[in-house]
Design a protein around this ligand. Structure first.
Ligand SMILES: [Zn+2]
Length: 111
């Protein structure tokens, strides 16, 4: 459980309506950013804020922290990852490891 179930760039579907109108049930969103509170609570960002608050409160430990710019974060439990995006994530993971390999090779060659 060290890695969050969501990744930036992933498509997710909302499981319920936001009480404040941030997201709607069954609508799909892109994960723009992910934050993990010190208490382990995971929130994801799916878009700009509707209302202009400069802080947010963790739903789990109730710690208040400053909002990142004008983006709102919501509890990850409100969303489910969409299956189809998994192939894209794997592709990104593969190309990242290939890039690391290329950097390793380049480092060896220059030494
Ligand atoms: Zn917290």
């Amino acid at each position: 459980m060290n890695t969050p179930p969501f990744r930036i760039g992933q498509k997710v579907v909302a499981l319920r309506d936001s009480r404040f109108g941030y997201f709607k049930k069954d609508k799909t969103y892109n994960v723009l950013d992910i934050e993990i509170c010190d208490c382990g609570y995971i929130t994801i960002c799916i878009g700009k804020v509707v209302k202009d608050y400069s802080f947010e409160i963790c739903n789990k430990c109730e710690v208040i922290r400053k909002r990142k710019g004008e983006y709102a974060f919501h509890g990850a439990s409100n969303f489910a990852p969409i299956e189809e995006s998994r192939t894209h994530i794997q592709y990104v993971a593969v190309s990242e490891s290939l890039r690391e390999k290329a950097v390793e090779i380049a480092a060896v060659e220059t030494n």
